[in-house]
Write a protein that binds this ligand. Structure first.
Ligand code: SF4
Ligand code: SF4
Length: 122
């Protein structure tokens, strides 16, 4: 397998700030099992209305960098707090050896000459 060209440990989790993170029926089942609650309860607690392609998406909470991000993102460590229970799309992303967000971050950090630089969206 080709080597990954991105490092999630050096990224503030841009992908988790995406406003439309789909939660499928299979994801709901996994989330319910992870939290030991019913699928209905998981849907209500962790998801909100999406669109016709993804009827349910993950809820967000406030984020100092991105205004909001996934409710399961630890806002200090920038890690997923439900790693074993996370939705399929979080497991698959970015699907290639490169991550577009990380390319952008790397480029800006070089330009700014600041290895910790983080772009905000507010
Ligand atoms: S945006 Fe890319 S580099 Fe950053 S955490 Fe997500 S997958 Fe990793
Ligand atoms: S479930 Fe975890 S990996 Fe998926 S968006 Fe939320 S914090 Fe990120």
């Amino acid at each position: 397998m080709a080597k990954k060209q991105y490092n999630c440990l050096k990224c503030p989790a841009y992908c988790c700030s995406y406003s439309h993170i789909p939660v499928t029926k299979r994801d709901l089942k996994r989330l319910a099992k992870y939290f030991d609650i019913t699928e209905k309860a998981a849907e209500k607690k962790f998801t909100k209305k999406g669109d016709k392609h993804s009827p349910r998406v993950l809820r967000h909470t406030d984020d100092e960098h991105f205004v909001t991000s996934c409710m399961f993102l630890d806002k200090k460590s920038r890690n997923c707090t439900i790693y074993e229970g996370r939705p399929q799309i979080c497991r698959d992303f970015p699907t290639q050896t490169r991550c577009g967000y990380y390319e952008f971050l790397k480029f800006e950090r070089e330009v700014q000459d600041d290895p910790d630089w983080v772009a905000t969206t507010d």
